[in-house]
Ligand binder design. Structure first.
Ligand code: ADP
Ligand code: MG
Length: 218
């Protein structure tokens, strides 16, 4: 049997705040198969963002194991996490993480270049995401929905092995959010790219292959 693409075993995450220990989750088990999309659900404060941070190596955990792409990783493997984030893990957040001083096309080229993709066809990507002709605009010269689609273009142009999306449509109005979600799922399916999508929107979760709910207390 092949390893799952992502495997989380008995993961416990605690924060220390003001002398107190807050347990976000304890003994969490989760796997993601190749090409699968998983909705990470749960109320605000249930640990969705925390889990995505752990899966991208941006935070340390207390107990348990994380395996990515068949490789066991610990919180201490900082250089390896950095390499994985640069080359293989695309992150898409609620607010599009674009460099404000660079045009959309430059943002895309930079992100793809960091991932080792030389000469990405930025025009084709932008066109494909409904941003044809906007490549020379700066992020503050386009709408929120267009920024979010540019962030998706960046994610896809790097040909990631995993996309971690944290409420990527959370800051958009309903109609724009629907359009961005359509784009995300269309590309996810076309490239069979594994996706973990944190959302509290049941309609969005419904579009994933599977969902996993955090914060269910026993
Ligand atoms: P969600 O994304 O599901 O809304 P979060 O992952 O942001 O939830 O937060 C989960 C819990 O962890 C919350 O109780 C939050 O207050 C706590 N938390 C998150 N980050 C920190 C931090 N840096 N220090 C202390 N507590 C934190
Ligand atoms: Mg969150």
């Amino acid at each position: 049997m092949t390893d799952p693409l992502v495997s989380v075993e008995s993961l416990t995450k605690q924060f220390r705040s003001g002398g107190e220990t807050v347990t976000v989750f304890r003994g969490l088990d989760l796997t993601l198969a190749d090409a699968e999309s998983l909705a990470l659900m749960g109320p605000s404060g249930s640990g969705k963002s925390t889990l995505l941070n752990l899966l991208s190596g941006l935070d340390t955990w207390s107990e348990g194991r994380i395996r990515l792409f068949g490789e066991a990783l610990t919180s201490a493997d900082e250089a390896r996490w950095t390499e994985l984030r640069r080359r293989h893990i695309a992150t898409v957040f609620q607010e599009a993480n674009l460099m404000p001083a660079m045009t959309l096309a430059e943002n895309l080229r930079l992100r793809a270049g960091l991932a080792g993709r030389q000469r990405p066809d930025t025009d084709a990507w932008l066109e494909d995401l409904g941003l044809g002709g906007l490549g020379n605009r700066f992020p503050d010269q386009v709408s929120g929905g267009q920024r979010q689609r540019a962030a998706l273009a960046m994610a896809f142009a790097m040909a990631p092995r995993l996309i971690l999306a944290d409420e990527p449509t959370g800051s958009l109005d309903r109609r724009t959010a629907a359009r961005v979600a359509d784009t995300l799922f269309r590309f996810q399916r076309r490239y069979r790219c594994p996706l973990i999508l944190a959302t509290h929107d049941p309609e969005l979760a419904e579009r994933c292959d599977r969902s996993f709910t955090l914060g269910q207390r026993d």
